[in-house]
Design a protein around this ligand. Structure first.
Ligand code: ZN
Length: 677
């Protein structure tokens, strides 16, 4: 809904596998530190942390501590046995005295790492229960040989542990799915998540329907911060607040937020933090709305954060929010880039290659705030979004607007980690292409995204009498194509250099080569063999690439080459390709502006959907050999306080490099909840 997620590195901005020449020395920084099952673990840097003021750095430190104190909450929310399972697995890891090698032990480690990654025993993305690759017998052996003292006493003895947790971990029929939204089932009963107990879906829906008042123009988010249970035959909410459910963790979050309030950048930000504390203390959702209104209006502070029960993806009914935190500060340089683009919106509109009648007389660009993430917590860790748009309450968005941010250093880390994975080398025709990509790829894809988001979608206008929904199911790939073409057309405009957005047009050439290679070939790595292309963004990319390939054939604008039986696509004439982008933009704008359904349908069906089976198979084979895990996540940098006497006066950053150690450290330092809540 409001979260921008990424599956694989090159899905990030659509296509780029690239790097940046922004002057950072990254040569010896290890971006990817672990890989297991379908997961890659990476690190991210916090560039310009040292350019914050000492007070801002201390603020980041306090907020970062608050970001980690809710870790147990998300584990418990995901499944009520998760904290107990984690404590058992970690006890085995720490205390098992036997051999730590061989297939069974290795599989145990993979399972432990996967459970850490998912904040529980269900896959973070598919929601399916993770099945261990080691045997139940081996588990029993590990438990029996590990010293008793390492297991929490709440679990009883080893006999009880084995009896109770064997089915929880090994039986595929016990809690098979964290969230089940299948039509026709009782979604509450069929979902393992811990947001309801003893109530049916119908009872929960009835309960919340009775609270809502249709005449209320500023409704609170009913049910957002509580577990719904039946006590003595009565349905009640166990509210998550200080003194209530999850109170022990919330107490620590509040402790750090109170410190943060003392070093806030300004009065407004202090009010934001104090209102959040007030909400945590009372659990009053009215206060949460007041907090959100204050937060969305804080546009001055450099340091910013999310901390709370925010997103409802984890509840099949969509009432309950998982706990998460993101601490960040504005990336001034990148934000200036989006400001420059938006500030020149009218120039771009006036010079667009579309028919004059479809140009907007007055156009306003959107400025996206680009942020640098300093710490991830709860549901945003280790698997993180790459952009956020908050708050979620519709009435607040309507009346007060929302904050839309992109997480530049996370995208950058994905990009850097991808550099070493051999992907580009496999699919790019020449070493020169790879080199230019390393130099300009990151800048090119960032700029493309900015042009697409800040200008592309907002450009152009409909003819009189056209409503905008005429293109039906073809509307969304065509709309994405329009925004992409706007970006592609302009990224090679000399105006880009003039505005100081790129040093030279090589940046655009990198983008053109990447776009075509991806659209004609590499994006097929995400499609199952034998299937057509379904996803709107992917349809748009193939549409553009294939159309330009076909239209430019006479002039050999894009060439299909082969070497050692492998296919490559090479751009021969960048200027002509730009003209083709312009022509297609003009046509798609006409289709949209006039609502020409038949022409839109023909474009999509002829160019965007079908896949060449042999090429697809080849691409999948080549990709499989690279052994790139589809999902990625991050460990956090460590924010270290600098003290003078009793007070924290500054903070430093360190970049740890062990996934296992960070997980164990967090379990040791930030476990505030009982195993069962
Ligand atoms: Zn778009």
């Amino acid at each position: 809904m409001k979260r921008l997620m990424t599956l694989i590195c090159f899905a990030t901005a659509g296509f780029a596998i690239s790097s940046c020449d922004s002057g950072k020395k990254n040569d010896d920084f290890k971006w990817q530190i672990d890989q297991f099952a379908d997961i890659r673990i990476m690190r991210y840097q916090i560039p310009e942390f040292e350019k914050l003021t000492p007070q801002q750095r201390v603020l980041v430190y306090y907020l970062s501590e608050a970001a980690k104190c809710g870790r147990d909450i998300i584990w418990d929310q995901n499944y009520k046995h998760n904290l107990a399972v984690r404590s058992i697995l970690e006890a085995l890891y720490k205390g098992y005295p036997g051999e730590r090698n061989g297939e069974q032990w290795n599989q145990f480690m993979v399972y432990l790492k996967r459970v850490w990654f998912s904040n529980g025993i269900h896959h973070h993305y598919s929601n399916d229960k993770i099945m261990p690759g080691f045997s139940a017998g081996y588990f029993t052996q590990l438990v029996n040989q590990t010293p008793d003292s390492l297991f929490p006493s709440e679990l009883g003895g080893k006999v009880q542990i084995i009896e109770k947790y064997l089915p929880i971990i090994f039986d595929p029929n016990v809690a098979p799915k964290r969230v089940n939204q299948e039509a026709g089932v009782d979604m509450v009963a069929q979902s393992a998540c811990n947001y309801y107990e003893g109530v049916t879906q119908a009872e929960a829906e009835k309960f919340y329907a009775s609270l809502a008042n249709p005449a209320d123009s500023t409704p609170i988010s009913y049910g957002l911060n509580s577990k719904l249970v039946k006590e003595n035959g009565k349905i009640v909410e166990k509210v998550w607040h200080l003194g209530g459910m999850y109170g022990k963790a919330i107490e620590r979050i509040v402790y750090w937020l109170e410190k943060a309030a003392t070093v806030a950048e300004n009065d407004h930000q202090r009010q934001v933090i104090e209102k959040l504390i007030d909400y945590y203390k009372t659990g009053d959702l009215k206060k949460f709305d007041e907090y959100n209104v204050l937060w969305v209006n804080d546009l001055q502070s450099r340091v910013d954060f999310v901390n709370g029960f925010i997103e409802n993806y984890g509840d099949p009914l969509g009432y309950k929010a998982s706990w998460e935190s993101v601490v960040n500060f504005r990336n001034d340089e990148a934000t200036r880039r989006t400001q420059t683009i938006s500030g020149n919106a009218q120039w771009f509109e006036d010079h667009s290659p579309i028919d004059d009648q479809f140009k907007k007389k007055e156009v306003k660009g959107v400025t996206a705030k680009v942020i640098t993430v300093a710490q991830l917590g709860g549901d945003c860790y280790p698997s993180t979004p790459i952009g956020i748009n908050l708050p979620n309450a519709d009435w607040i968005r309507k009346v007060h607007g929302s904050k839309s941010v992109t997480m530049d250093n996370i995208t950058y880390a994905y990009d850097q980690a991808a550099l070493g994975n051999g992907f580009l080398e496999e699919f790019a025709w020449s070493a020169q292409e790879v080199e230019l990509n390393k130099k300009y790829g990151y800048l090119a894809s960032s700029l493309h995204t900015d042009l697409h988001e800040c200008l592309g979608h907002g450009s152009g206008q409909l003819a009189d009498g056209v409503k905008g929904d005429e293109l039906k199911n073809y509307g969304s790939p065509l709309e994405e194509a329009r925004a992409d073409l706007f970006a592609l057309y302009y990224i090679m405009d000399p105006k880009m250099v003039e505005l100081g957005l790129i040093p030279n047009l090589d940046v655009a050439k990198v983008q053109y080569s990447n776009y075509i290679r991806n659209g004609l070939m590499t994006q097929l790595t995400r499609v199952e063999l034998g299937k057509n292309i379904e996803q709107a963004h992917m349809r748009n990319r193939q549409l553009i690439s294939k159309w330009c390939y076909e239209q430019g054939k006479a002039d050999n604008v894009i060439e299909r080459k082969e070497r050692d039986g492998k296919v490559y696509f090479v751009v021969n004439d960048f200027e002509k390709l730009r003209q083709l982008f312009g022509q297609l933009l003009k046509e798609i704008q006409r289709i949209k502006s006039t609502g020409d359904f038949e022409a839109g349908k023909a474009l999509v069906e002829n160019y965007a959907v079908k896949v060449d089976f042999d090429l697809h198979k080849q691409v999948l084979d080549r990709f499989a050999k690279l052994n790139i895990a589809p999902y990625g996540g991050f460990i956090n940098p460590r924010i270290i306080p600098v003290t003078q006497g009793d007070s924290v006066v500054d903070a430093l950053v360190e970049y740890p490099d062990s996934y296992v150690e960070q997980m164990l450290e967090y379990s040791k330092r930030y476990s505030y909840l009982p195993l069962y809540n």
